[in-house]
Design a protein around this ligand. Structure first.
Ligand SMILES: Nc1ncnc2c1ncn2[C@@H]1O[C@H](COP(=O)(O)OP(=O)(O)OP(=O)(O)O)[C@@H](O)[C@H]1O
Ligand SMILES: [Mg+2]
Length: 432
């Protein structure tokens, strides 16, 4: 808000500064002031009628407010001029879809794919099943997303033990099945990751798929629980079928605790039937030695039944802790890569961020960049990000991992029969 005011003020002094006005329009749109943003974009277009991205941003403002006819008028009048410009075609496709003009939307989407054959968009892929350029007639369920991640283990700071475990337990058996068979070891069985929020569970699952160049299917368990009896089972079955059709793939189940004992804090809980269906699908996979790697994640492993841990199911459970100092250094490096920086001491930043999760670190960097950007736009002088800038942002940020430990601590202390939560105790230095 403050930024918007500052930008407006700066524009009073230099009304012809297009860069400033673009930034103002962007800020307005980001904060949901689409109508005001449209006013600014209109002015910019008078000055720069050939700016493709401004035309798209202008139309986007109308799309966002539900004024689809205005959006399509703007886009259509630029279709020829910006022939083959993908962002414009994509937005045009969305507008047509929103208007309910499916036939034209399919044609528009086809022109997106003609211009950029590798283009993927979950929503458009699911709704506009055109031709056979895409693999989407394979997925029928709206809650299933098949992706091809472009991140790998190299994009993940720390987590060495987890990476190693995934490598040994699920990647290697897939790469060298004969070798494992020779030692009488079977591939199969999944890994369950648990720990505080933002420490990279989901990210790592995705990177695992990228690491082996496979597809990635991510399923939020609570999304597939259905209030109709029998539907949750069908949803689950569809997901495993989708995985079988998309081999090799990493099949990732998020919030797996939603399959746990009935809980008052869940939107819906799974019945016995659903849980059994899930377990038997898992057993089916592992007996087939399939090219499907199963990973799961949860913040609340204590809600899961012991049946989940049997061999061939989630027989490895790994604690994903907040990153240690060395890992935090790596995470800073990863997220600052390619950004304009100066005088950065990664060791110093790592030291300052005890208890911060990977997500906290990313948030801190984003915040620092945003401030730098506003400053640069107002002074007109872009300056690199310094240690001081990030340090300031660190001080304002409260790490988000601690609340989880207050709960986890109790489970680890009082229901740790098989020592399954020893890792938490070790982390909290409570282990006797
Ligand atoms: N080890 C890491 N290296 C690099 N980035 C990380 C790391 N951990 C977290 N991040 C960043 O934080 C973001 C959030 O992480 P992620 O969604 O994987 O957390 P999570 O453990 O699944 O959290 P939740 O329990 O809330 O689902 C990631 O998208 C990534 O940008
Ligand atoms: Mg997650």
């Amino acid at each position: 808000m403050e930024q918007i005011e500052k930008l407006r003020e700066a524009l009073l002094y230099s009304p012809d500064n297009v860069t400033l006005r673009k930034l103002l329009a962007e800020q307005l749109a980001t904060h949901g002031y689409y109508e005001e943003a449209a006013v600014e974009y209109k002015i910019i277009l008078k000055q720069e009628p050939d700016s493709k991205d401004v035309v798209v941003a202008f139309a986007q403002c109308y799309y966002k407010t539900g004024n689809y006819s205005m959006a399509s008028v703007i886009l259509e009048s630029h279709l020829d001029k910006f022939n083959g410009y993908v962002p414009l075609l994509v937005l045009y496709t969305r507008v047509l879809l929103a208007e309910g003009n499916i036939q034209k939307a399919i044609e528009a989407y086809q022109s997106v794919l003609d211009a950029e054959p590798n283009f993927r968009d979950d929503e458009l892929d699911r709704t506009l099943r055109v031709g056979n350029k895409l693999e989407f007639d394979e997925f029928e369920d709206d809650n299933i997303f098949v992706e091809r991640p472009d991140i790998s283990f190299a994009d993940i700071g720390g987590m060495e033990n987890v990476k190693k475990e995934i490598d040994l337990k699920i990647i290697a058996p897939m790469k060298f099945p004969e070798l494992y068979a020779a030692y009488g070891k079977k591939a199969g069985g999944g890994i369950l990751l648990y720990g505080p929020p933002g420490c990279g569970k989901t990210y790592l699952a995705k990177a695992t798929a990228g690491q082996i160049n496979s597809k990635f299917i991510s399923v939020g368990i609570s999304d597939i629980l259905d209030m109709w009896i029998g539907n949750s089972e069908k949803n689950l079955h569809d997901i495993f079928e989708t995985a079988r059709r998309n081999k090799p793939c990493v099949l990732f189940f998020d919030e797996i605790d939603a399959l746990g004992a009935s809980r008052s804090d869940m939107r819906q809980t799974a019945g016995k039937q659903t849980i059994n269906q899930f377990l038997s699908e898992l057993d089916g996979l592992s007996s087939n030695n399939d090219d499907i790697l199963v990973l799961g994640a949860t913040n609340a492993p204590w809600h899961l039944d012991h049946a989940f841990r049997r061999p061939g199911r989630f027989d490895r459970i790994i604690f994903v802790s907040p990153p240690d100092e060395k890992s935090r250094e790596e995470i800073f490096k990863i997220h600052l890569k390619g950004k304009p920086v100066e005088n950065i001491s990664f060791t110093n930043l790592a030291m300052m961020t005890d208890k911060f999760s990977g997500a906290d670190i990313k948030a801190v960097i984003d915040q620092a960049i945003e401030e730098k950007l506003t400053e640069a736009m107002i002074t007109g002088i872009p300056k690199p990000l310094t240690n001081k800038d990030i340090g300031r942002s660190v001080k304002k940020h409260v790490p988000t991992t601690q609340e989880w430990f207050t709960r986890a601590r109790n489970y680890a202390l009082y229901s740790n029969e098989a020592g399954q939560y020893d890792d938490i105790l070790n982390y909290l230095k409570l282990k006797k």
